[in-house]
Ligand binder design. Structure first.
Ligand SMILES: [Cu+2]
Length: 365
């Protein structure tokens, strides 16, 4: 029975898709590498979350990709998992959508049929003299063996999938993901230790939008999911995420990668992805982490390796093996305290408005 319980727990865990956001599988699979009039993001005009995030400048302009509708983001009325763009995600989605759901539907249909059959066939009116049967060895063996076989049929592909998820290939790039109340920071130890501070973008109509503060446009992504600074990773490369937290438990979740892993303070969790399709992908913190838990989205821009090198240079970082670029003083990210040394709450902190928005970044004039 222990084995059965273990198998049920395993199957239940695997049946829970990382895709917490319903999304249709529709949408063109065309590459989203086209650089559009996406606002330049290297000049972070403000700190929308009021967390005191750093103001940055860059050595060269870099434009993020524009999102592709229906890819890497939730869609209105969607009811299934998001279109998966990693091999593990495709395996998991196929397992969930075509095998687990089929098994569940068949079990429901059989149970419903048996219930209706018994209700009709053995109703009191048709059976004034009730059956006195109390044992039937054949049926008892069947109702024990058949569920075990079903669970084994679920457990074997589940274990295969877990092995694919947790056997780490040699990484081409490591990104340290740090959850903070309530924003994310991304460190690139392989690229000169550059750090990206990622804050949600406010809407243009937000009454708390301050003068000079950048607001969301459609090129940034959907409302509540767009950020000022994205994580950028190269396409076709194995990227290892080391995930931790600076304060409380967060969860780093990217539905279209089938990735969800807790960010625990004082602990390093690891996961990995390999995304072959360039594009923009949206996720969210998926662990209730405080008042602004719903306002710390995750945006990953998957770009070609050439553009990744360009992005690294724009941040003042270096590619492995390259000599250290002489980055300007402004390219070094400032520390990002969530609360000031004086204990001023983030909401009360002044927003820096002196940075220069370039390449058409939408700021509140
Ligand atoms: Cu969080």
């Amino acid at each position: 029975m222990k084995l059965i319980g273990w198998a049920i727990a395993l199957a239940a865990a695997m049946a829970t898709p990382a895709a917490a956001q319903a999304v249709s599988a529709a949408g063109p699979a065309s590459a989203a590498t086209t650089t559009t009039a996406a606002p330049a993001t290297n000049a972070m005009a403000a700190d929308p979350a009021g967390t005191g995030a750093a103001v940055k400048t860059s050595t060269q302009p870099f434009q993020y990709d524009a999102p592709t509708p229906g890819i890497g983001e939730p869609v209105p009325g969607g009811w299934s998992t998001q279109k998966q763009v990693t091999e593990v995600g495709q395996q998991a989605a196929n397992f969930h959508n075509y095998w687990l759901l089929t098994v569940c539907a068949l079990i429901c249909a059989v149970v419903l049929f048996l219930l209706v059959f018994v209700i009709v066939r053995y109703r009191r009116g048709a059976n004034p003299e009730p059956s006195r049967t109390s044992h039937n060895t054949a049926i008892e063996v069947m109702w024990t063996v058949i569920p075990v076989l079903i669970l084994v049929a679920i457990a074997i592909p589940s274990i295969r999938l877990m092995r694919a998820q947790y056997s780490f290939p040699a990484p081409d790039l490591t990104v340290k993901v740090i959850g903070n109340q309530w924003y994310w920071t991304y460190d690139y130890p392989d690229n000169g230790g550059i750090e990206v501070v990622s804050n949600i973008l406010k809407e243009k109509t937000d009454p708390t939008l301050r003068k000079g503060e950048r607001f969301r446009t459609d090129a940034d992504g959907p409302p509540l999911l767009a950020v000022d600074e994205r994580m950028v990773i190269p396409a076709g490369k194995v990227v290892k995420f080391i995930v931790t937290s600076n304060d409380v438990i967060h969860s780093f979740a990217m539905p279209s990668f089938w990735t969800k892993i807790d960010a625990n303070p004082g602990m390093l969790n690891e996961t990995w992805v390999k995304v072959d399709r360039p594009g923009v992908y949206f996720g969210q913190c998926s662990e209730l982490c405080g008042a602004r838990h719903g306002y710390m989205p995750i945006v990953i821009d998957v770009v070609t390796p050439e553009r990744f090198a360009q992005w690294v240079a724009s941040k003042g970082g270096t590619m492995p093996g390259a000599t250290q670029a002489s980055a300007p003083a402004g390219a070094t990210p400032a520390p990002t305290p969530a609360v000031t040394a004086t204990g001023t709450p983030p909401e009360a902190q002044p927003i820096p408005t002196t940075s220069t928005a370039v390449n058409g970044a939408a700021t509140n004039e």
